[in-house]
Design a protein around this ligand. Sequence first.
Ligand SMILES: Cc1ncc(COP(=O)(O)O)c(C=O)c1O
Length: 403
Amino acid sequence: MKHHIDELAIFGGQPAFTQPLHVGRPNLGDRQRLMSRIDELLDRRWLTNDGPLVQEFERRLVEFTGAKHCIATCNGTVALELAARATEIAGAVNEAEVIVPAFTFVATAHALRWLGLRPVFCDIEPAGHTIDPERVEALITPRTRAIVGVHLWGRPCHIDRLQQIAERHGLALLFDAAHAFGCTFRGGTIGGFGKAEIFSFHATKFVNAFEGGAIATNDDVLAARLRLMRNFGFAGYDQVVSLGVNGKMSEVSAAMGLTSLESCHEFIAVNRRNHEQYRHELSGIAGLTMLAYDPGEQSNYQYVVAEVDAEAAGLSRDDLVEVLWAENVLARRYFFPGCHRMEPYVSASEPPHLPVTDRVAGSVLLLPTGTTIGPAEITEICAIIRTAVSGAERVQQKLRERR
Ligand SMILES: Cc1ncc(COP(=O)(O)O)c(C=O)c1O
């Protein structure tokens, strides 16, 4: 355990880990179960096009979320594009506006822009890092068609307040729930809110399908339209009745999705235990605050998010990332510098003034969690952080020399 500053790798000590510890390292579930599903799908030679595993995966998603319909897709980005098309947010008016938080994975904004919509970036609220409903109304113009809330870190955004705003102004409301599979809002499972909610089952998500996504909705008409659009608009053997794309999930992805889903509660229990351990072992470190989960709600605990106050810690978030990388702990900043400062948005117009987004994008530190990391490794990571902060001045000096 690295209790002394000279033991840190930046000062020449051995890295704490020989193998890198990643944020978002995939959980695998029961490998034999996965292999037997893959064997079966190969025997069937039904590899894609609404196969039995995709159908079963969709049934399981419906059971799990309580949403009336779940339409599996090839990834979360295409799920969002399909949802925006099928709800007619996109397509009717060119350059129509959609209000989104700037602090999210860039796919939220890109999916909309790809359809010719203009993302209008809204600031977030400091406590939970989700879109600040207080700031949404001021961004509404005659061109606004929708609001897309993002349940960041598995913490639902202010669904009820966004719903009120959307209703008051006649706007569609969608949720990017890529982080929030298995989470609840006021006891209701994520998947049943707004016109539709979209999930990602990307390899880095705690339930994964290699690549995959889904759209959850309670609207029968919308679900039927989404199924057509996901498959080029085919309504039958050679009957094309609408515009569509290839948004289908493959059978091998569904095999992984089903296997992953079967271990979902075990993954959540591990994430929760890891989260509690980090909370306990990082407590009292100057300038470091961990984002808490609401104990009254169910969560997947899939992200361990700390905020670094550089002044109080004596080290910036980026300093700590550098210290940790030298130890083979691949901690990460996330969504930096915010979508409003990324292309193509930053060149299209002067970035809006989003002080909370800018502060949070500069201070969040994500630490490794999931089934590939154990208690001893977490203790070591926390000790590295504690030791670095306690010797902040010397660490800073060393980092300056290295740069
Ligand atoms: C918040 C958010 N939205 C959208 C996506 C896009 O999902 P996918 O990678 O499955 O396309 C992701 C994840 O990757 C995400 O984190």
